[in-house]
Design a protein around this ligand. Structure first.
Ligand SMILES: Cc1cc2nc3c(=O)[nH]c(=O)nc-3n(C[C@H](O)[C@H](O)[C@H](O)COP(=O)(O)OP(=O)(O)OC[C@H]3O[C@@H](n4cnc5c(N)ncnc54)[C@H](O)[C@@H]3O)c2cc1C
Length: 407
């Protein structure tokens, strides 16, 4: 029977990065993925700040396009924050996962694609993992540590669907479309987010650029009752709306349609570890609900896990309790606050409130907007709120007294 130091189940950004980190540190690693190619599960829009490329040493090959501009459109407003320098990238999700898997192999690890995790058994102090390669007999391997990086499936931590607790389940669908060069140029170098009841009630939609002349056009719905809105159309309806009413594309071709449903544990109540098993990435709700950004956080979490797995394998720690503590220290407050804001914005507010919220943001510079959208520094909002209120009071003063005096 083959024996590994670590078996990582799921070759998304979390599993790929964890396996890469451990293989680089000299451990015998096996990374298994149920899909036979990375093109098959290419669901993510994969917009990310530049930091992701630098922090995780990712090559330009995995980038679809770079952007330096943020645009927010509501039912009645459009606001734009531009920078002279590159702010981030839209990744090619399949290429990112392929790159991480290739790195695992080049560091001496093994990657088994088209191989589904079935179950684990603890016998005589050993962990045996049963895997099912497509079209072949099941294989069992031994491991010292087993990693659940199966994203929303949480296949290792929750073997039975019936045992899973209730999750918050926002769904997203995205089209990869090819448009004319003229249409593409309007959206090149920018991340466009659409809020408000016209564009995407109970959620948001987006247009992100990929390689010329391709655009990612998508929409996400939080799929819970809205305080005001009683009826919504299908997610695809809102994607079509963007294509026909915003891009106004006459000639376009749909290259690919993909999507997925996140399973987020409200209040971060996931199972983070059990004996020598540890969960990472979306399997422990590392995606931030506000804008659905999860790749950077999944990779960050994978490295934190990598460090704790190393300590465990060296006999320096007997459990993964400290891993959970470290994740809580880094994410707990911010993730809970993001969840609250997300529910307020997407499931309670009126269209006027959403317009007003985006108006508050107008006084902010581009860096401050990046701090809010990607770094969740919500304290920056107080500055914009103060400037907004001063402006409101000034215009009210002008209308009430100055105009009266003139007349
Ligand atoms: C529509 C949409 C758009 C998004 N856009 C962005 C974005 O713009 N920017 C961003 O940063 N994030 C975005 N995200 C979130 C981001 O994609 C996820 O947070 C991220 O992929 C999580 O990585 P992960 O490795 O934890 O999980 P996943 O990427 O879900 O990977 C889990 C892997 O485990 C495999 N697996 C599952 N069960 C088994 C099994 N039994 N055996 C073997 N393998 C198994 C799956 O096939 C999969 O490959 C988006 C998500 C969605 C749904």
């Amino acid at each position: 029977m083959r024996k590994f130091d670590v078996v990582v189940v799921g070759a998304g950004p979390a599993g790929g990065q964890c396996a890469r980190w451990l293989a680089k540190s000299g451990y015998q690693v096996l990374l298994v993925e149920q899909h036979e190619t990375f093109e098959k599960n290419n669901f993510s829009s994969a917009a990310t700040p530049l930091e992701t490329l630098e922090k995780f040493d990712l090559p330009e090959d995995v980038v679809g396009s770079f952007w330096h501009n943020l645009v927010i459109v509501t039912t009645n407003l459009t606001r734009n924050w531009d920078a002279p320098q590159t702010l981030g990238a839209v990744l090619n999700f399949a290429k990112l996962k392929q790159f991480l898997a290739d790195e695992v192999k080049s560091c001496g690890g093994e990657v088994w694609l088209g191989c589904r995790y079935v179950r684990y058994v603890q016998t005589d102090g050993e962990t045996r993992v049963e895997l099912k390669p497509r079209g072949r007999e099941p294989i069992t391997v031994k491991t010292q540590v087993l990693v659940d990086a199966t994203g929303p499936a949480r296949a290792v931590m929750y073997p039975k669907e019936s045992e899973k607790p209730a999750f918050f389940k926002p769904s997203g669908i995205e089209y990869l479309i090819e448009v004319s060069d003229n249409d593409y140029d309007k959206y090149a170098h920018s991340l466009w987010f659409f809020l408000g009841h016209k564009w995407m009630p109970k959620g948001y939609s987006w247009i992100f650029p990929m390689e010329k002349p391709r655009l990612k056009v998508g929409a996400a719905s939080y799929r819970l009752d809205h305080k005001i809105i009683k009826h919504t159309e299908s997610i695809r309806y809102y994607i079509d709306l963007l294509i026909h009413e915003h891009i106004r594309a006459k000639d376009y071709r749909i290259i690919d349609t993909h999507g997925s449903t996140l399973h987020y544990s409200s209040g971060l109540r996931d199972i983070y570890y059990r004996d020598n098993i540890i969960a990472i990435g979306d399997a422990v709700s590392m995606v931030n609900l506000l804008g659905g950004e999860g790749i950077r956080h999944a990779m960050h979490c994978a490295e934190i896990a990598g460090k704790h797995i190393q300590q465990y394998l060296k006999g320096q720690s007997a459990s993964f309790q400290e891993y959970q503590k470290e994740l809580y220290q880094k994410f707990y407050r911010t993730w809970n606050l993001s969840e609250k804001i997300c529910k307020q914005r997407y499931l309670i507010e009126s269209d006027e409130k959403i317009d007003e919220g985006v108006s508050y943001l107008t006084p902010l510079d581009t860096q401050e907007m990046m701090d809010i959208v990607f770094y969740y520094k919500f304290n920056k909002l107080s500055k914009s709120l103060i400037v907004y209120l001063i402006r409101k009071i000034r215009s009210w003063w002008k209308a009430k007294y100055v105009m009266k005096y003139k007349s």
